[in-house]
Design a protein around this ligand. Structure first.
Ligand code: MG
Ligand code: MG
Length: 270
């Protein structure tokens, strides 16, 4: 069943989401060549606890760490390790926080030093596709409308949309109903109603949409070894329209990226 949230619950969820946003902002300043993903994981755990929250992923389904760290051809669910990041890598960082009984869950793919124009385009298109999907998350639309919009935008750009992993409802449980695929057909699936909160999270491959899994039981990577990107926001329906509870503002401030892409979906926009 879908758990509809009250306004008060949505405010608590905003608090959890913003702890993740700030954690990603802190990490934005630390992602550089020579740094290990395990070091970044430790920083994130300390930061989240200092904010009075618990790491949302640590121990969830027995995941061993605070962050999912997925470099280059890894799509999602990579496990932090002692291998240093290299100039030209990309690193998808997915982070969760639990506070007041509610989860925040969002993700950003970072460039490590200078990356190629091809890979930068993959990041730009994937991040843009997130907002194309968010735009469709409104009362009377359906799950398939979000998926269709993301899929069309992504495939028109020449990229592969991962099928096996999807966004999800979010609340007191990390993965609630409904599932939110990044592909689909318009007008199909569950209808959106006031008070729904979901994580929308396109996972986009530069090449084939197909994936494989490492023997560690976690790491998902592209079948052709080409890079993959992942961006995720937590979004509520308030007054019929999408409102983003998380924000990339902290990350973009560090990276010097100026964009108004979140503006139509901020609390102040309603
Ligand atoms: Mg996530
Ligand atoms: Mg998620």
């Amino acid at each position: 069943m879908i758990h509809i949230k009250t306004r008060e619950e949505i405010e608590l969820m905003r608090e959890s989401a913003l702890i993740v946003s700030k954690t990603l902002g802190m990490l934005a300043a630390e992602v550089k060549p020579g740094v290990t993903t395990l070091y970044l994981d430790k920083l994130a755990e300390e930061f989240i606890r200092a904010e009075g929250a618990e790491p949302g992923f640590l121990g969830l389904y027995d995941f061993p760490n605070t962050l999912c760290m997925s470099p280059n051809a890894q799509v999602v669910h990579g496990i932090p390790n002692n291998e240093p990041l290299k100039e030209g890598d990309i690193i998808s960082i997915d982070c969760g926080a639990l506070k007041n009984g509610f989860y925040g869950d969002h993700a950003y793919t970072f460039a490590v030093g200078k990356i190629t124009d091809d890979v930068q385009r993959l990041l730009d298109i994937t991040r843009a596709s997130l907002y194309v999907g968010i735009e469709q998350f409104r009362v009377n639309n359906r799950v398939g409308d979000v998926g269709y919009a993301i899929q069309k935008f992504t495939e028109d750009a020449g990229y592969g949309v991962v099928r096996e992993l999807v966004g999800h409802g979010l609340g007191r449980i990390m993965h609630e109903e409904p599932e939110m695929p990044n592909y689909g057909r318009r007008g199909r699936g569950k209808k959106f109603v006031e008070g729904m909160v979901v994580a929308i999270e396109p996972m986009t491959n530069m090449g084939t949409k197909n994936i494989k899994q490492l023997k560690d039981g976690w790491t998902i990577l592209t079948a052709d070894g080409k890079p993959s990107a992942h961006f995720e926001h937590d979004v509520a329906i308030i007054n019929g329209a999408p409102e983003i509870l998380s924000t990339f503002d902290y990350v973009h401030e560090v990276l010097g990226i100026k964009t108004d892409e979140e503006a139509p979906y901020k609390k102040t926009a309603h």
